[in-house]
Design a protein around this ligand. Structure first.
Ligand code: CLF
Ligand code: SF4
Length: 501
């Protein structure tokens, strides 16, 4: 088998490896990083798990063309490398994109990052992409610029990217092996020709690796996205993770393949399955030994607006924006004050965490106390501040004597929408309970009697006593209550039995 292209002598460590082996820990995800890297990521919702509770991102869909074909893509929809398959975004001109960005920034001051992620490949549309970045870096210098690419055209674009003060680039790298690549990419478009199979995949891989090295050499932070395709590249992604880390990538985001037949992709039609949540988590854990992992990706749309997990795009259609009167200089001043406030709050949280870590936590006295999964309903701000019935997703954390670490989010249908929707309500509620499988507690601001008793029956303890408290503190408090009540003495098998019942 022809493996690959990749030399490791040019190792450039950004210092991003997880020293504790518990990457993704909301406690220490950033602790070991150099200050200049911390400063670059502290208000980027994708590059910092902590930041995603506070800061929002938006995408503008300015890039229609693509220069490769992925088997998980149907060109009728947005690029699946950085967005949810099956979604169609409204294509904007660069001028419209700038208007939209300024309108969103003025109305959602927590929006810190503008990304271009489709609907095709941004670097296959260099004029449209760079014209948008150029105008924005002049007119809205307080917004971070971010771009996502399949990497084929990346080496030729690095110089231009660095001119626009773009600190964050995502490359989708699904493989470093051309044989595997040929199973994912039927062709690429290169030097005005279609190149098929292993030959095309080899060129793509070389370009991705070269682009990664060039970006790192420029001091640009690189996130690598990989789509986990069971039976095709799942085992191999550990090797990908190791190699991209050795070349200086900052973060690895392993995303699940979504291959619904109705999306009409090759994989969808051929019945290629996506991974189960447990398979994805196992792979993320396996990669984490060598790599700082992203676990809070929401596979957003190429025109997403808002906090990760929410989409406020409907508030910012071009006709609504045309009616807005935006004074961007005034908006920038307001934004600066709000950003400063959030950053001070985050600094305080970090200091408090450090104090907590050095104080003796009772559960820590028993280092063999078993870990517990807890789900949280939150609408942002790092707080337990959402009604159970209003949640469209739950954040799942693992708590153990080592602290609290973010594991994943689980999407659910909101079941409490009012009105006469009883049948739907029941099925959405049982769907929520299924989605919380494996969790032993769910923390929310409020919860009704009916879901309370159904959750209890399923072995998941509802808890509304920590409303408006910071997530990690609330989780630690519940863990301590469980320890005092002797519930941590139950074996995991017993817990699984309860959950099954
Ligand atoms: Fe957008 Fe991507 Fe920049 Fe984030 S999204 S271009 S790095 S600003 Fe973030 Fe969305 Fe996941 Fe992307 S949650 S799909 S990782
Ligand atoms: Fe589709 Fe994106 Fe792949 Fe291009 S790079 S084929 S737009 S998923």
């Amino acid at each position: 088998m022809e493996l690959n292209v990749i030399g490791q002598d040019d190792h450039q460590d950004t210092g991003s490896s997880c020293s504790s082996g518990s990457c993704g820990s909301s406690n220490d995800q950033m602790g070991h990083l150099p200050q200049e890297i911390k400063d670059k990521v502290k208000n980027h919702p994708c590059y910092s798990e902590e930041a995603h509770h506070y800061f929002a991102r938006m995408h503008v869909a300015v890039a229609p063309a693509c220069n490769i074909q992925c088997h998980y893509c149907n060109r009728k929809y947005d690029c699946s490398n950085e967005s949810r398959p099956g979604v169609v975004s409204e294509l904007l001109t660069p001028e419209e994109a700038v208007m939209k960005t300024k309108a969103v920034a003025a109305n959602i001051p927590q929006m810190t990052v503008l990304g271009i992620a489709g609907p095709g490949d941004p670097l296959a549309n260099p004029e449209r992409t760079f014209s948008t970045f150029r105008m924005l870096s002049e007119q809205a210098p307080d917004i971070k610029l971010c771009v996502s690419t399949n990497g084929l055209a990346l080496p030729d674009a690095v110089e231009e990217l660095s001119k626009h003060n773009i600190d964050h680039v995502t490359i989708t790298i699904n493989t470093v092996d051309p044989e595997i690549g040929a199973k994912i990419y039927p062709w690429i478009y290169w030097n005005n020709k279609r190149i098929h199979g292993v030959k095309g995949a080899k060129i793509l891989i070389q370009q991705q690796q070269k682009g990664l090295e060039m970006l790192v050499a420029k001091g640009i932070l690189v996130k690598v996205n990989s789509v986990m395709i069971p039976g095709v590249n799942d085992e191999h992604l550990k090797e990908v993770s190791r190699i991209v880390k050795s070349k200086g990538a900052f973060l690895h985001n392993v995303m699940p393949l979504i291959s619904e037949a109705e999306h009409g992709t090759f994989y969808g039609v051929m019945g290629q399955r996506g991974p189960e949540p447990e398979e994805l988590q196992d792979l993320q854990d396996a990669c984490a030994g060598d790599m700082n992992m992203m676990r809070h990706c929401r596979q957003c749309r190429a025109d997403a607006v808002g906090l990760l997990g929410e989409d406020r795009g409907e508030e910012f259609t071009m006709d609504k924006i045309a009616a807005m009167d935006i004074d961007y200089d005034a908006a920038m001043k307001k934004r600066a004050v709000i950003h400063q406030g959030i950053l001070e709050e985050l600094d305080e949280k970090e200091a408090k965490r450090a104090r907590l870590a050095s104080a003796s936590v009772p559960a820590a006295a028993k280092p063999d106390t078993r870990p517990v999964l807890m789900a949280v309903a939150t609408s942002g701000g790092g707080l337990i501040n959402q009604h159970f019935g209003h949640a469209t997703e739950f954040l799942v954390y693992e708590v153990s004597p080592n602290g609290v670490r973010f594991i994943s989010h689980r999407k659910v249908d909101q079941y409490c929408i009012g009105g006469d929707t009883c049948g739907e309500k029941e099925s959405a509620l049982s769907g929520s309970i299924r989605a919380l499988k494996g969790c032993e507690a769910v923390l929310c601001s409020k919860i009704g009697y009916e879901p309370w008793s159904l959750l209890e029956d399923a072995g998941i303890q509802p808890n509304g006593e920590h409303a408006m408290e910071p997530i990690e503190e609330a989780i630690l408090a519940v863990y301590e209550e469980m320890r005092v009540d002797g519930r941590l003495d139950a074996t995991p098998a017993h817990v699984a039995e309860l959950a099954k019942a």
